[in-house]
Design a protein around this ligand. Structure first.
Ligand code: 5GP
Length: 150
């Protein structure tokens, strides 16, 4: 089964469902407000009904968009591992190359990163209210990263 961390993991999870064809469960964890970290421990805004034991014995693919400080992912992994899973794979689109505020607990079978990037704020296409403005913003960011790398 796929577990998407909302809301950033929803669209990547939906794309992965096209290939994996397994159900998506969603969890909601809140750490940021207005792009600022507001707590050290994420708040469970939504979670899988644990009394129904839907996670037990399952191979789980946990998906989020970004591994930034790793606070959200490591908290989520620790919570999922309480459910006697068969296997746990974590997948992110982007992992930022920076010092992490939390480490993954023991027990992850695979960690898949689509792309490693420097410590910049990413504006995903699904956050854009205007795709042209989004593309212009991406071009500006890429130019800045390129200039910093020189
Ligand atoms: P972490 O707990 O690793 O610091 O943050 C994870 C969450 O913060 C991700 O699920 C993502 O929603 C959000 N986040 C972190 N960095 C970025 C970023 O650069 N762009 C966007 N759009 N969201 C981010």
């Amino acid at each position: 089964m796929i577990v998407a961390i909302g809301s950033g993991g929803y669209i990547p999870a939906r794309i992965m469902k096209h290939f994996i064809r397994k159900p998506i469960y969603t969890v909601g964890l809140s750490l940021y407000e207005d792009d600022k970290i507001v707590a050290n421990t994420p708040r469970k805004v939504q979670w899988i009904e644990e009394v129904e034991k839907v996670l037990e014995g399952k191979s789980v693919l946990l998906i989020d968009e970004t591994d930034d400080t790793r606070t959200t992912l490591s908290y989520c992994v620790a919570e999922l591992l309480k459910n006697n899973l068969k296997e746990l794979t974590v997948m992110v689109l982007h992992a930022k190359d920076k010092e992490k505020r939390a480490n993954f607990p023991e027990g992850i079978d695979n960690y898949l990163i689509a792309e490693k990037i420097p410590d910049v704020w990413i504006c995903y296409p699904w956050e854009a209210s205007d795709i042209i403005a989004h593309d212009q913003e991406v071009a500006k960011q890429n130019a800045r990263i390129g200039a910093e790398a020189k």
